[in-house]
Design a protein around this ligand. Sequence first.
Ligand code: ZN
Length: 499
Amino acid sequence: MQTSEQLTELRRILAEVTDLNNATALLHWDQETYMPPKGAQGRGEQLSTLASIAHRTFTDGKVGSLLANLGAAELSPEDGKLVEVVQYDYDRATKLPEAFVNTFTKETSEALEIWAEARQESDFSIFQPKLERLLELLKEKAALCGYEESPYDALLEEFEPGMTAGQLRPIFSDLATRQSALVERIVASKNQPDTAWTRAEWDEEAQWKFTLNVLRDLGYDFDSGRQDKSLHPFTTDFGMNDVRVTTRVDPHDLFSALTGSIHEGGHAMYEQGQNPADRRTPLAEGTSLGMHESQSRMWENVIGRSQPFWNHYAPILRDRFSGRLQNVTADQMYAAINRVEPSLIRVEADECTYNLHIIIRFEMEVDLMEGRLAVQDIPEAWNAKVKSYLGLDVPDDANGCLQDIHWSHGAIGYFPTYALGNLYAAQLFETIEEAITDIWKNVEAGDFAPLLVWLRENVHRHGRRKSALEILSDATGKDASSEPFMRYLEKKYGALYGL
Ligand code: ZN
């Protein structure tokens, strides 16, 4: 076969696998939104059938030999990159023996139920034996995948390619010190915002319509997507022209549906902005979870929790809730949506405390993988870290080490991507403020197009053609750093809390 024929054949197989994965995602979306309860069993079977066909098609020996031939051939830079990324995926997909994958799937699905029970009972000892088993398997997985310094790196690689524990450690320890100190000053400040009014009863339909209004303004394309309701907000896509978001409306929280929508809208606009030339290949998707999270958090926090944003939306929100917000100023909305309060629960954390929750998990995960921490000592270690970083006493395991679902999925190495999202967003945004000098005037006028155009050009359209660190250094001229994020926090919250 000629090189060009081999490329065509590879692209045909990739298109097939992409279609199968997109069909799987659509079934999954339906499961989380509209599927009736009795559909669950059949849906599980359909999902597992499609996933195994996709896996078999992709890991076929034919793909391996096409890649080997193409890897040795003269290719254009565009095709060369495609082959490089597919080879990377192929190596990862074929490194784990089928027997291992089956054991891992079985153990994690059991772990999920046991974790749920342990959390219900608020008793870590129920989960402990299962987590010990998962940790054994994760160490085995790390050995199978290979790593240079830490077994943790092999797991992190799945979520944030190219990042290592060694790179994260100094960044996170610097953040921990500085963010804890900032939070201490905020808690001691006399300028505490009033948020009681946000928890009155707010009409659900009016909230829902407001989220649609804001999403459309930001640039989310409703001809290539839609918003629905689900228990936990999420984004999913079946190709760049059908990228869907969900949110959850709480009648006793004026801001939760809105911030959920903006967050997911940020993820979705990243996927809608992929390069059409890469459609139906693994190149047309977000490059890492950290970069994905940078997009959702930039829109949600940097933009959606900014003063200019609220100067623009305060009158619109007043219109939506005719008469009820007459006495609430844009400043008061801005202050309320940025309230800082150390809490035990990660998903309720604000911008100033969020990374501290992540750092607690990161440090423990590395210690677990490197053998410095035993599973049975998790609750004690957890509680000590929460006391030291957040100044809080953990009353029980449900509000402590059992709160997150991630470990029961065997997803160790996932948490750091949330904090990286905050760091990448702040670093990109410093460059954006230099590139678009009127950015805040634009936001105040409800014009978000210049920002979206910049993100399309510098982040979105590259898909997986650039790694997160390449996107960052090409766009900002610097390596990943915690400095821009700390500058952002200190400026914003220093003013809000009169520090
Ligand atoms: Zn997210």
